[in-house]
Design a protein around this ligand. Structure first.
Ligand code: CO
Ligand code: CO
Ligand code: CO
Length: 314
């Protein structure tokens, strides 16, 4: 159907997931994501892929219900035990999310790819979209940036084990409690920071061109190693693509180093939630996030009257 009145969030919007109303008090959220391994440990990769796939349901404020594995695997040349470990990692996160795996599909491929198609539920009136940010809102980011740069360093074999485990832990962490906190306090907009980087996803919040955003670069949480690695050439191609894409809509103060700028555009895997919340609720939300052990959650900016449709980074 081309114009289905029950489709609350569909392909016309650039939101995190599709939302379809089943009844006056129930809607389903549907999303799918899969990708090639970013860490060597297959169990951890499975955990990260699952946390990443679940994230779009959390970004909409929903509760994941069921999921299906999406698998590409070179069964002829690779030990099947590796696939079993990946699936175990995915299952581990499904248990944590209290979601049920109901099936999946696998195809023979030269390269491993894994992810999930996730279905969640939500009350139709409680959907958190990426539009809706209001003038005067504060913006909260719940996970540190820099995973794209660090993943590049991992691929090139220059990241040490301590850093790999720290960044893996962050990527494997569910956005569940952040989403719960946002719903409990009541927020105006929400999305998760993934492939388009902080700037790309923040711009999605300005689709209606009614407001602008000011970001305070010194308040942004990021893995401290990411800056050093960016200086050493570990910036992924995606960061430059993101920068080009955002060029006309993002204005960055001259004082901000290019390596901090790289972090602003760095594509994230299983990044945190970016939440727009009114000023009178922001401290309550921050306290609740910290209470839920989301220790990196920070206020990184605000929604301003101008420049409309643009981001100013100070
Ligand atoms: Co998303
Ligand atoms: Co997605
Ligand atoms: Co959303």
């Amino acid at each position: 159907m081309l114009h289905d009145p029950n489709l609350i969030v569909g392909m016309q919007s650039v939101d995190d997931a599709g939302v379809y109303k089943l009844s006056d008090d129930l809607a389903i959220i549907q999303t799918i994501d899969f990708f090639t391994p970013i860490v060597d440990d297959p169990f951890v990769f499975g955990q990260i892929a699952a946390a990443n796939a679940l994230s779009d349901v959390y970004a909409m404020g929903g509760k994941p219900l069921t999921a299906m594995n999406v698998v590409c695997f070179p069964a002829r040349t690779m030990d099947i035990e590796i696939l079993k470990e990946i699936l175990k990692g995915g299952q581990d996160k499904m248990i944590e999310a209290e979601a049920t795996l109901v099936g999946g599909h696998s195809v023979e491929d030269n390269e491993i790819k894994y992810g999930l198609s996730v279905t969640g539920i939500i009350h139709p009136d409680k959907v958190l979209t990426n539009i809706g940010a209001k003038l005067g809102d504060s913006l909260i980011l719940t996970k540190p940036l820099g995973t794209g740069i660090i993943n590049t360093a991992i691929k090139r074999g220059v990241a040490d084990n301590e850093l790999i485990s720290r960044v893996s832990e962050s990527m494997a962490r569910l956005n569940k409690s952040a989403s719960d906190a946002a719903q409990e306090i009541g927020v105006n907009a929400c999305t998760d920071v993934t492939g388009f980087g902080l700037m790309g996803h923040a711009l999605e919040m300005l689709q209606d061109n009614k407001t602008g955003i000011v970001i305070y670069s010194s308040q942004i949480p990021f893995f401290p190693e990411a800056e050093e690695l960016a200086i050493n050439g570990m910036v992924p191609g995606g960061a430059n693509k993101n920068r080009e894409y955002c060029l006309k809509s993002v204005e960055i103060d001259h004082g901000i180093s290019t390596h901090i700028q790289d972090i602003l555009f760095d594509p994230q895997t299983s990044g945190g939630l970016l939440i727009s919340v009114s000023k009178d609720r922001v401290q309550k939300l921050l306290d609740l996030l910290r209470e839920k052990s989301i220790e990196n959650a920070s206020i990184i900016g605000e929604v301003t009257a101008s420049p409309k449709g643009k981001i100013l980074v100070k």
